[in-house]
Write a protein that binds this ligand. Structure first.
Ligand code: SF4
Ligand code: SF4
Length: 472
């Protein structure tokens, strides 16, 4: 028999069997200190995820990602297409923040905060434990022929999974089209909104497929964040890790023998009970080291601590630790790479705060009509412009007017003289700017325009006014 370590885990994943077919994982129900904390956090995050699109701040949805109409709202701050740079900057900050967090603390996000893990492990999986029982009972049920018990259990589970998937799809839609519109559609009934109903059923089908069948493969195969771990993690990153120095000792792991003193025999503290594998929702053996499949769910920490307790060995054989902590006993400290990320993040956040303060609730643009030059009417020079006013607030502007602030002159609206800009809407039209010829000092002159609502200045903007070339 070869003495070489078993490296076969590098060529296979637990979710696919030797014939290339799906291998269902039946993880044991976790229990312990970390699981209890994760449960508490998940209740809070579930409440947040499900309620965020229905919470309003100053009339703005707390979180809205209306990609189709390009309307976004983050923490109640509305973002318009004109604010897209702020939105992009926020996303960049999110990515840099997550990168920093990953470099320092590994995949904590996956285990504690990711919606996929929260729904899978804290909602669907727990319903499964409730209906089908723990690991052993689930495995028996899977192998069992289709008798009355299996049909009943499967039907109950699938119906509950479908109902929850449908609810998640509704909330997902509220994030996409806005909760007001969703409630409006619900009131009108499905027959009035067939296309939305179809979209809703497609989303429901996708969620059902993910949580009933695809499951942990999202983290292993589909999630791009998971695949970035290889480049982000290093020996100083804190992860759910097996203390191989302690676990393997000088003579490797071995089955538990209570008559044996392992400090004398030289055997490691790992008693090879394999409970850390049995409880793992991605089916891996954490003793093989940090792996892409590990979502840092902490189930193996809890399970191993329970085992260590039972055999009277110190807890923490699997724990949050960096490779350097395990091998060199080095405590966590900020590395140069982390300091670099912190510096970049601080600068980006500073810029974002500045931009948010500078950002206006109203945006007005006045553009010269393409191809039009100036016109002279007696002692007055006139240019024609188009204008756009964006009202980003949740109140209508009932009485909007323009005033030429600099130089002296007049603004004349074409057509409708009473401008009303509805909340969260855009208004556009045409206007003339007329300036006495003695005020026109250049052939291309900057002019300043004030936009007023009920006599109150709400925005100023500039544009270029054309005059005769004789000024050159
Ligand atoms: S649960 Fe702990 S003791 Fe048991 S195999 Fe895993 S690491 Fe070893
Ligand atoms: S190895 Fe441990 S922390 Fe990682 S996914 Fe499996 S049980 Fe969770």
């Amino acid at each position: 028999m070869s003495n070489l370590p078993d490296e076969s885990f590098r060529d296979s994943i637990a979710t696919i069997n030797e014939e290339g077919k799906r291998n269902f994982i039946f993880p044991k129900k976790p229990s312990g200190k970390y699981y209890d904390k994760r449960k508490l956090l998940s209740y809070f995050l579930l409440a947040f995820l499900l309620s965020a699109p229905f919470i309003k701040i100053n009339g703005n949805q707390f979180l809205l990602f209306n990609v189709l109409e390009r309307k976004f709202s983050i923490f109640g701050f509305p973002f318009w297409p004109q604010d897209f740079y702020i939105f992009v900057l926020s996303m960049i900050i999110g990515v840099v923040g997550l990168t920093l967090f990953t470099v320092a603390f590994g995949r904590i996000f996956c285990g504690w905060f990711c919606p996929q893990t929260i729904f899978m492990e804290m909602v669907f999986r727990r319903i499964e434990y409730w209906i089908d029982g723990d690991r052993g009972a689930q495995m028996r049920l899977a192998k069992q022929e289709w008798n009355a018990e299996k049909i009943r259990k499967r039907l109950i589970k699938w119906v509950i999974f479908f109902v929850i998937s449908f609810l998640i799809a509704n909330v997902f839609l509220a994030y996409l089209i806005g909760s007001d519109k969703l409630l409006e559609y619900i009131e009108e009934g499905p027959s009035e909104n067939i296309s939305t109903l179809i979209a809703l059923l497609i989303f429901t089908g996708v969620f059902y497929f993910i949580f009933a069948w695809f499951r942990e493969q999202v983290c292993i195969i589909a999630c791009p964040y998971g695949r970035m771990q290889g480049v982000l993690l290093d020996n100083k990153s804190i992860n759910v890790a097996y203390d191989h120095v302690r676990g393997e000792g000088e003579k490797g792991r071995a089955k538990w023998d209570k008559r044996e003193d392992r400090s004398i025999s030289g055997k490691g503290d790992c008693i090879d009970c394999k409970q850390c594998i049995v409880v793992c929702p991605t089916g891996i053996d954490i003793r093989n080291g940090t792996q892409l499949e590990c979502i840092n769910c902490t189930a193996c920490i809890d399970e191993c601590d329970t085992i260590m307790d039972k055999v009277g060995l110190p807890k923490g054989l699997i724990r949050y630790a960096s490779e350097d902590e395990i091998v060199k006993k080095e405590k966590f400290k900020l590395t140069t790479r982390m300091k670099g990320y912190i510096a970049v993040l601080t600068i980006l956040i500073g810029v974002l705060i500045g931009l948010l303060f500078l950002r206006n609730d109203v945006e007005a643009n006045v553009f010269r009509l393409p191809g039009q030059l100036y016109e002279q009417k007696g002692t007055v020079i006139s240019n024609v412009f188009t204008y756009k006013i964006v009202n980003k607030t949740v109140k209508d502007f009932e009485n909007v007017s323009f005033k030429l602030e600099k130089p002296l002159g007049e603004i004349k609206l074409v057509g409708n003289k009473h401008i009303v800009v509805k909340k969260e809407a855009l208004y556009q039209g045409t206007l003339f700017i007329e300036i006495p010829i003695n005020e026109v000092k250049e052939d291309k002159m900057k002019v300043k325009i004030g936009v007023y609502n009920d006599g109150k200045l709400i925005e100023t903007t500039t544009t270029t006014f054309l005059g005769p070339r004789s000024f050159n």
